[in-house]
Write a protein that binds this ligand. Sequence first.
Ligand code: F6R
Length: 611
Amino acid sequence: MCGIVGAVAERNITAILLEGLKRLEYRGYDSAGVALFNNAGVLERRRRVGKVNELERALAGEPVTGRLGIAHTRWATHGAPLERNAHPHFSNEQLAVVHNGIIENHEPLRERLKGLGYVFTSDTDTEVIVHLLHHKLQDTPDLAAALKATVKELHGAYGLAVISAHQPDRLIAARSGSPLVVGLGLGENFLASDQLALRQVTDRFMYLEEGDIAEIRRDSVQIWDASGLHVEREIVQYHEGAEAADKGEYRHFMLKEIHEQPKVVQRTLEGRLGQQQVLVQAFGPQAAELFAKVRNVQIVACGTSYHAGMVARYWLEGLAGIPCQVEVASEFRYRKVVVQPDTLFVSISQSGETADTLAALRNAKELGFLASLAICNVGISSLVRESDLTLLTQAGPEIGVASTKAFTTQLVALMLLTLSLGQVKGTLGAGVEAELVEELRRLPTRLGEALAMDTTVEKIAELFAEKNHTLFLGRGAQFPVAMEGALKLKEISYIHAEAYPAGELKHGPLALVDSDMPVVTVAPNNELLEKLKSNLQEVRARGGELIVFADEQAGLVNGEGTHVVSMPHILDALTPILYTIPLQLLSYYVAVLKGTDVDQPRNLAKSVTVE
Ligand code: F6R
């Protein structure tokens, strides 16, 4: 995904910009560029397709020095990964912009600006911003004020930074749907899309909020909120190791990562939602054209990622009406597969290096799939490099071996895929996309509410301390959620756990149920609830103890041998994401009670790069 770095200082900033870009490389990108006002006040630019190293080489060949500049790593959405599409984009050699996100109304804006005489040199949506800003500057000479007027006309998502020959002592930034952080130095200030890019130069940060515009000068930072009011944003001091490599206040990485989910789900959505629609371009410039041809989807993955794929099948078929098959990679790769025409091959992986998933992708290339899409958490992984399209989850580094935040962000990415395919093919029901986009925006808050049940779940975990076997039940899209719950429990607590579709109970597993076999189930308030309730009766009638995570409106209550934990209400399609949270917490607290090595369970590795 795209990255932004900017700086205004007394010293030469070229190396700072380059180092910042390098620190953002892990996010994945296909080209990089930098623009600075040189010491003679002339705007200069270098851009290269490929790695930041290429840009570095270009700068070594043709050096540019300056004290005000912006830099970018681009992951193509509008326009192929070519040098002329790489950022920064210029207007009249006076203004430069870098932009993360997607401008939905770029076509009408482009036509209007062409009518005003502007000449476009790229295929990007971004270029309209810089020309529109140039146009606004004619009536509004102040750069911040002109940018405020410019963003009023933009629909879509952006995090952007501009510099101008008119006021070459400042960097102006605007945020809406794509994160930006200001880094505060001594007599110098910085901007980036992720504070990671700036840790080389400062440990003090100010996070811009939605709708903020910031004017960053060497010795001052001014911020206006969405309503145009002058505001102060809190300065946050970063402590070394406060992020990935440190457990912080948490006892284990797994617990930390479980609690990070509202934040990383938010990040995975950032820049990908329009007002009422998913921005299909988030999947790459050729996505819309390709998606229009898709008639089937084949998903392949391993472990937790496979469970995410199983949930997606309910969504793709149920919401978008697109036939979908899901298979574990280790089976798919060795089976003779019959490929239906126009099938999109989707691989899902946290690491992007899982040997079976990679091998399945390589096989798929020989089998005549329409195209391959990777849903992955690591931008520089083999899976991403070898796939035609990519959607990166923004879970950040996952240290605990048991996957948690990678799973929920994969589900978010798969919901974006479902809505994008349905949107392009016109197969979604009326109002479905707008309703889900709105609910996706609320999802981080709902996840926070589910996490607030932490201590309730910790208490319930005591029921499992002496048990050796457990059953997990779910119906519909909750069946894979039950599978994921069972996998988590067995991985880290070493308790034998099995998941069944609740309707299968009487076809065999009911024979196992007695008072020594706790039965865990998730019960959203949907059309399957009454059927699920009957299955729960079957368990109680055999003396089985029930642990039910149920919608607050499901009408399920605590009773003898029945422990009900009330869940916040959410649109039914998103329940698999929400109901995953208490199951993660349950397995975590059971493992803590059993005293196992939660973050590095026996016999398991984080990245399975061998068969
Ligand atoms: C379970 C777990 C594994 C992985 C599986 C695939 O908690 O972490 O089941 O999900 O090994 O790994 P990735 O997603 O990296 O391909």
